[in-house]
Design a protein around this ligand. Structure first.
Ligand code: 13P
Length: 246
């Protein structure tokens, strides 16, 4: 059985006063599904003091463990601040920072070395989808961003169509199902049935309380990576509840 995961990506949002949202999620986090919040790195240490059953994660790390990389953060630093997960290869980092699949693979290896679970993100743009290239793009990103050695313990996949992020547009359940099935088959082909069938696959992109139930009913959707609706406990808790009920 794959343990369901409700992950919140706060992106570049959150000040110390927002940590009350983490405390308020404690009740929601008592169910079977794992609840994860990825706040900005500045909040990890203070969040860990009140995280309770909620896991914490970073939003990026460098591919090296230390050195002359101004402004970057290492996987060990995230770990020491209380993180057990790190989001890697988010489309906003691929776009804003030119992150390539190879660089994301380096970061993933660094995360594993530090003992973090990497949430590796893949997803097509609207142009990719409209030209029928979705599975090609996702397959290429998956092959290039995920190093050899992935396991159900050290890796979670997140399928996030770029055109669905922050737009309120959500793929049909058939479209989500097609990509999740493709990712599942690719993982099984590459890592074998035991590992490939156990790595969790999250859907991300405009997940809200109002659409969570139907998304969580799709085969091979093991949870969600939620942006905007993870910032407030009042919005995120019903999504966690829908996952627990799925
Ligand atoms: P939204 O839920 O705001 O669309 O963001 C999704 C996302 O990018 C999570 O990583």
């Amino acid at each position: 059985m794959r343990r369901k995961l409700a992950a919140g990506n706060w992106k570049m949002n959150g000040l110390p006063s927002d940590l009350s949202e983490v405390s308020e999620l404690q009740t929601a986090a008592q169910g079977d599904a794992e609840v994860l919040i990825c706040p900005p790195a500045t909040l990890l240490t203070s969040a860990s003091a009140q995280a309770g059953k909620i896991a914490l994660g970073g939003q990026d790390c460098h591919g090296e463990s230390s050195g002359a990389h101004t402004g970057d953060i290492s996987a060990d630093m995230l770990k020491s601040a209380g993180a057990t997960y790190v989001i890697l290869g988010h489309s906003e980092r691929r776009a804003d920072h030119g992150e390539t699949d190879a660089r994301i693979a380096d970061k993933t290896r660094a995360a594993w070395t530090a003992g973090l679970t990497a949430i590796v993100c893949v997803g097509e743009t609207l142009d990719d989808r409209e030209s029928g290239a979705t599975l090609d793009i996702v397959g290429t990103q998956l092959a290039g961003s995920l190093p050899d050695g992935a396991s159900a313990q050290n890796t979670v996949l997140a399928y996030e169509p770029v055109w669905a992020i922050g737009t309120g547009k959500v793929p049909t359940t058939a479209q989500i199902g097609e990509v999740h099935d493709f990712i599942r088959q690719s993982l099984i082909t590459r890592f074998g049935n035991d590992t490939g069938s156990m790595i969790r696959i999250l859907y991300g992109g405009s997940v809200k309380a109002s659409n969570a139930k139907e998304i969580f009913a799709v085969k091979d959707v093991d949870g969600a990576l939620v942006g905007g609706a993870s910032l407030k406990a009042a919005d995120f808790a019903p999504i966690v509840a829908a996952l627990n009920a799925a």
